[in-house]
Every structure is written in structure tokens, then in C-alpha cells.
Design a protein around this ligand. Structure first.
Ligand SMILES: Nc1ncnc2c1ncn2[C@@H]1O[C@H](COP(=O)(O)OP(=O)(O)OP(=O)(O)O)[C@@H](O)[C@H]1O
Length: 451
């Protein structure tokens, strides 16, 4: 084996054979297990790319049941692990059964080290190739900013803006419905900025009662008011050298709007009950689902503060306006929840995909997360259904608008589904839609889609 750091799990109950195998694979980090339970624990801890499993394990050393159960348990914890089963002369008939259950290969004893080594090397190669494919698929589905998944043209444009604004050190306001990813983009702005080495401190202006909010933001000195038993540093000061994220800024009470404005003009704070001016150097990112400009017209939000906060404005579209993202994010969530919950569910049914892309998603990505998580836990089959997601079934909308608009909508839906199914592989998309590759590229351009 080329890399001595490869982990190899050997599940074998015969002591002599275990020693022989450990010696034979001294170029791997061999993890030994003698039964199903210790094999499962070792897989959870080490996630070995390859496992070599004896078919006859206690309590059924002469039969296949325990070996096959161990195979299934390993794959339920780590579906990516390549399992090579070993059998005695008489158990050859179980080879097909093992492969049908997901084993990568089958090896018949007696052990010939060179041959086993070759099988294992091939398994490592395949594992590496599949990992690389998964990585590429992930990057194709657009990990354009840390933690952000998108293939939607508008979101990709927004991610580009976030990157540019992050390095420009301007005050950014993020506008979008609840669960659209405002906090996610706020964090990305911090991580990509020159303040990334400093702290990231978030505060939700709507979640804290008005009389406590001032102290939360600016801190207080001991004895400043009844109950102020010790000096407390506020969030603004805590964020010094980093980024302060003010969530639900539209709910900031008027009295504090004045105080925040003063801070933004002078860049110093005074704790409540304090007389010292403390200089604070922060990057400010705020977020709201309200129309701040409208609030300025009704005098609910100070206009001067609005302009201070919104040197850059980013509007995040709701998920219902980006059905392509709903489907792509759903797949990514499915993969990560299935891995987390140790379930071998890899797909949605076609009906479920149709519902995901047509549903309104009032709770946006947060609601999508909750539904997919529950569905992964509840699914009885290998695919997630509309019922698992507890979504209304998709109903073909009655034609509205012109024939051309209707055609365009259908074309876009078909293209999105094919892109998701093919994980961005254009040749596969072309095959699924029965058109040429150049046609796929043309369609993508027309519909503003990227791979
Ligand atoms: N494009 C995306 N890709 C992956 N995960 C996302 C995406 N958008 C949002 N999420 C995830 O969805 C969840 C909700 O996002 P977030 O908390 O950023 O929304 P928000 O707009 O700040 O919501 P609220 O206004 O309710 O605070 C988070 O777990 C976030 O990581």
C-alpha cells in the first residue's frame, strides 16, 4: 500500500489469524476487532476506508449469519467503507449474498498475503476515487462561501457580493425572511474579512427586553442600577477587534438607535454607570426581515442610522423563489443527516423532489432542515417520500400566463431535476433529457444556471 497511514479494520475471531493479518498489513494502521459489537465501535471511532471481515464470527463461527450482520452494521455506520469478506472453503455460496448486501469483494481462505493485499489496495483506490467524486460534487453544488450551498444564479451573485464587501470593510445589512441564511452570510462576511482573527459576536435585538438590551449591548459598571452586582462587559465591547452581528435590527428601540448611532460616529462606548470612554474597533453586520427604509418613513427607524448601517445592502431571496436551491440543499441535507443518523438513505422519490421544488417554504432553509432531518429518521424505505417529508403532494399548476411562459417554467423544472439527479454532470444531464450537451449549456444560459 502506498500510504502507510491508511486505516484497515480486521474483524476476525481467530487469534492466530489476527496476528498473521496484523503482520501482513504492517504498512497500514490495523485496527482489530473480534466480534460485531467491537467492529461497530471501531468503525464509529476510526471510519476505516477498508474493512476485512471474517464471515464466521461468534456466536455463529461456523455459519454466515454473524459475518453478514457485521457487514450490514459496518455499512449502516459508514456506507463509504469498502468491506472485503473472508470465508472458508465451504462458504463460497455466501459470496453472492454478501456482495448483494453491499460487500465490495469476497476473499476465500486460506490467506495468500499478496492476493489479499492486491484486493485491499484496489478497495483503497476505489474509496479514494469515490471520496474525490463526492468532494467534486460538493464543490459543483456550490460551496461558494463557507457553509453556503447554492446553484441559484441570484444567490451566486450575492455570494460574490459578500466576498467583495467582506474585504472592503463596509457596514453590511442583510435583508431576508426568517431562515433564508442571514446569519450564515453574516458569519461568512466575518470569516472572509480582515477581522476574521477577532471574535464574532451576535445579538438578537428582538429577543431581549428593552430595559436589558442597553446593558447587553454596552455593558454596565458595578452598582450602576439595582441588581448590577458586578461590572459586565457588553457585546459591542466583547466584539472588539472582530465582528458584531446585530440580528433583527429593525426591532432596536429608538433610545438605543440613538446610542448605537453615537457609537458608530465616535467609535467609543461608555458602559452604563461608567464615565470612561472605551475605544472599540468592530466590523458591523446587521440583519432584518423588515423594510427598514419604510420604517424610516414612519419614523420608527432613524434615517441617519439606516445610512450608517447600510453602506452595503444584500437582499436574500426566499427559498420559494429559488426552487433549484431547495432541491440542491435538500440533497446535501439528506446526505449529512443520513450519515449522522447512520441510515443508508441516498435519494428522494420523484414525487418528493417535485414537492420540494413547488412548496412555498414559509420557514425557508430552516424549515427544509427540520423536514429532511425528521424524514431521514422516519423513512421506512431507501428513498424519502412526500409522506416522510410531511409535504403536500405536488400538483401540476393550471396553465397560467402565455404558452411561452408556461413552456419556460416546465423547461426550467426539468433542467433543475436533471441537474440534481446527475449531480451537475452535463453528459448525464444531456442523456436524461435526451438532448445534446451544447443544448444543455444553451438551456443553462437561458435559465441563468451554473454548474
Ligand atoms: N444556502 C444555504 N446552504 C446551506 N445551509 C443554509 C443555507 N441557507 C441557510 N442555511 C442554514 O439554514 C439555517 C437557517 O439560516 P440562518 O440562521 O442563517 O437564517 P436567518 O435568515 O438568520 O434566520 P432568522 O432571521 O430566523 O434568524 C441555518 O442552519 C443555516 O446554516
Amino acid at each position: 500500500m502506498s500510504e502507510p497511514t491508511h486505516k484497515l479494520l480486521v474483524v476476525e475471531d481467530d487469534d492466530g489469524l489476527r496476528r498473521q493479518l496484523r503482520w501482513a498489513f504492517d504498512n497500514c494502521e490495523v485496527v482489530l476487532a473480534g466480534d460485531r459489537a467491537s467492529a461497530a465501535a471501531a468503525v464509529a471511532e476510526h471510519r476505516p476506508p477498508v474493512a476485512l471481515v471474517d464471515l464466521g464470527l461468534p456466536p455463529d463461527p461456523d455459519g454466515p449469519t454473524e459475518g453478514l450482520a457485521t457487514l450490514q452494521e459496518i455499512l449502516s455506520i459508514a456506507p463509504e467503507t469498502k468491506v472485503v469478506m473472508m470465508s472458508g472453503q465451504t462458504e463460497r455460496e455466501y459470496a453472492v449474498q454478501a456482495v448483494a448486501l453491499g460487500a465490495y469483494d469476497f476473499y476465500q481462505k486460506p490467506i495468500e498475503i499478496d492476493v489479499v493485499n492486491l484486493t485491499i489496495q484496489r478497495a483503497y483506490n476505489l474509496h479514494a476515487l469515490e471520496s474525490e467524486n463526492r468532494r467534486l460534487a460538493r464543490s459543483k453544488t456550490g460551496a461558494v462561501l463557507p457553509g453556503v450551498t447554492t446553484t441559484n444564479a441570484e444567490m451566486l451573485r450575492i455570494c460574490g457580493e459578500v466576498k467583495r464587501f467582506a474585504s472592503a470593510n463596509v457596514a453590511v445589512v442583510l435583508i431576508g425572511e426568517s431562515g433564508t441564511g442571514k446569519e450564515l452570510l453574516a458569519r461568512a462576511t466575518h470569516e472572509l474579512s480582515e477581522k476574521a482573527k477577532g471574535p464574532y459576536v451576535a445579538i438578537n435585538c428582538a429577543a431581549i427586553p428593552e430595559h436589558l438590551l442597553e446593558s447587553e449591548l454596552f455593558g454596565h459598571e458595578k452598582g450602576a442600577f439595582t441588581g448590577a452586582v458586578k461590572t459586565t462587559v457588553g457585546k459591542v465591547e466583547l466584539a472588539n477587534g472582530g465582528t458584531l452581528f446585530l440580528d433583527e435590527i429593525g426591532d432596536l428601540p429608538m433610545s438605543l438607535q440613538a446610542k448605537l448611532l453615537r457609537f458608530l460616529q465616535e467609535r467609543v462606548i461608555e458602559r452604563i454607570g461608567g464615565h470612561r470612554q472605551i475605544p472599540v474597533d468592530i466590523r458591523l453586520v446587521s440583519a432584518t426581515n423588515k423594510d427598514l427604509l419604510k420604517l424610516t418613513e414612519t419614523n420608527e427607524f432613524r434615517e441617519d442610522l439606516y445610512y450608517r448601517l447600510s453602506e452595503a445592502v444584500i437582499k436574500i431571496p426566499p427559498l420559494r423563489e429559488r426552487p433549484d436551491d431547495a432541491v440542491v440543499i435538500a440533497h446535501q441535507l439528506l446526505n449529512s443527516f443520513a450519515e449522522e443518523q447512520g441510515r443508508s438513505i441516498t435519494a428522494f422519490t420523484a414525487d418528493a423532489l417535485a414537492s420540494i421544488s413547488s412548496y412555498e417554504w414559509p420557514g425557508n432553509v430552516r424549515e427544509l432542515q427540520n423536514r429532511v432531518k425528521r424524514a431521514v429518521a422516519a423513512a421506512a424505505g431507501s428513498k424519502i417520500t412526500v409522506t416522510d417529508l410531511d409535504l403536500p403532494s405536488y400538483e401540476q399548476p393550471a396553465p397560467s400566463g402565455t404558452l411561452r411562459e408556461y413552456r419556460e417554467q416546465a423547461e426550467r423544472t426539468a433542467l433543475t431535476r436533471a441537474m440534481v439527479e446527475a449531480q451537475g454532470n452535463i453528459s448525464k444531464v444531456a442523456k436524461l433529457l435526451d438532448v445534446s450537451r451544447p443544448t444543455v449549456y444553451d438551456l443553462m444560459r437561458q435559465h441563468n444556471m451554473k454548474v
